[in-house]
Design a protein around this ligand. Structure first.
Ligand code: PBG
Length: 333
């Protein structure tokens, strides 16, 4: 099909903006992006040192931000609560409080911006004194089945509070099936499940754990007994297959850019909606390099988002979502 040089000169298709525009295969738009937002009350609200430009929003600020995101064309947010130490416990009971921060934040967003999709994280780490996503057994190991029982209640509580999408990020076995079962039983047929199906035990989550205040609690202990080994790829496909069979509507690969091969394999093998999470470490690396004048922030971000989309991510979680939407808007003017 390809003729030899000079009949075929690939550079002809790159010679000027008009032709590059016409043959471009991938375009990221604000419609692909999800904005993660941290919410906090009282003294916990404010800027996040490890993530320059990100803030723990009060509920009042959350309402304003929700409206701004709708104007920018961002379809959905992902809520992450910052819970005061006094409300944390070893069993994370605050996660089930129907008047807790997440249910109230959902109500605030739905009142301020009814069309904005609300995705909530299902996991216990914001609520536990030990910083793990689940409950510990007598030996200090994360107890899978006991955790699933709590996660199922947490998902139901947040779905009842009006969340459009529940996103279990805990990596327990069997939790998608249990969550789907109780949602159906409760008549919540339309609540979507976005499973963090291939979530790796990654050092790139460092700044996030500072943002939600779980890193001190977690201490030296890691999440390797439930999150995946970064060295594995076939295992990601098995995780995705299980979560889809159990009732997930969409699956996530996390982190983003270092895991493009996983994103591509999942997209090619399953053909379902795939989300990629450009995580806190990816964000902070770009911010830090830009602040030092080492990288062009806008160009690097747009390239990273394009690559995630090209790699197979329909949906991209990025702390840069609002900023990217603004830049994309300028570009098309
Ligand atoms: C917790 C959770 C984490 C992130 C999203 N949900 C951190 C973790 O697993 O320790 C990471 C997000 C990021 O780094 O941006 N269940």
């Amino acid at each position: 099909m390809l003729g030899a040089f000079p009949k075929t000169r690939p550079r002809r298709l790159r010679q000027a903006p008009f032709i590059r525009e016409l043959v471009r295969e991938t375009r990221v738009s604000p419609g692909n992006l999800v904005q993660p937002l941290f919410v906090a009350e009282g003294a916990l609200a404010g800027p996040i040192a490890a993530m320059p430009g990100c803030t723990r929003l009060t509920l009042e600020a959350l309402a304003l931000e929700a409206r701004r995101l709708v104007e920018l064309g961002i379809p959905a947010i992902a809520l992450f609560p910052v819970i005061p130490q006094a409300l944390k416990s070893d069993r994370g009971e605050e996660a089930l409080n129907p008047d807790g921060l997440v249910p109230r934040a959902i109500a605030v967003v739905k009142a301020a911006a009814p069309t904005l999709g609300v995705i909530v994280d299902i996991a216990l780490d914001p609520y536990t004194t030990h910083g793990h996503d689940g409950l510990l057994d007598a030996n200090g190991a994360v107890d899978n089945d006991a955790t699933v029982e709590v996660l199922r209640k947490q998902a139901l509580a947040y779905a009842r509070a009006g969340a459009d999408v529940v996103a279990p990020s805990d990596m327990m076995d069997g939790r998608i099936g249990e969550i789907r079962r109780v949602l159906e039983r409760d008549g919540l047929h339309d609540v979507l499940i976005l499973s963090y199906a291939a979530k790796y035990a990654s050092a790139f989550y460092g700044p996030f754990r500072d943002a939600v205040g779980s890193s001190a609690n977690l201490g030296k202990s890691g999440k390797q007994t439930y999150q995946m080994d970064p060295a594995n790829t076939d295992e990601a496909l098995r995780e995705v297959a299980l979560d889809l069979a159990e009732g997930a509507d969409m699956v996530m690969v996390k982190p983003g850019m270092p895991y493009l091969d996983i994103i591509r394999r999942v997209k090619t093998e399953f053909g379902v909606p795939v989300a990629a999470y450009q995580v806190s470490g990816e964000y902070s690396m770009m911010k830090a390099a830009a602040a030092q004048g080492m990288l062009d922030e806008r160009a690097v971000l747009m390239e990273a988002l394009t690559c995630l989309h090209r790699g197979g991510a329909d949906i991209i979680f990025t702390y840069y979502a609002a900023q990217a939407a603004e830049w994309l808007r300028e570009q098309t003017r």
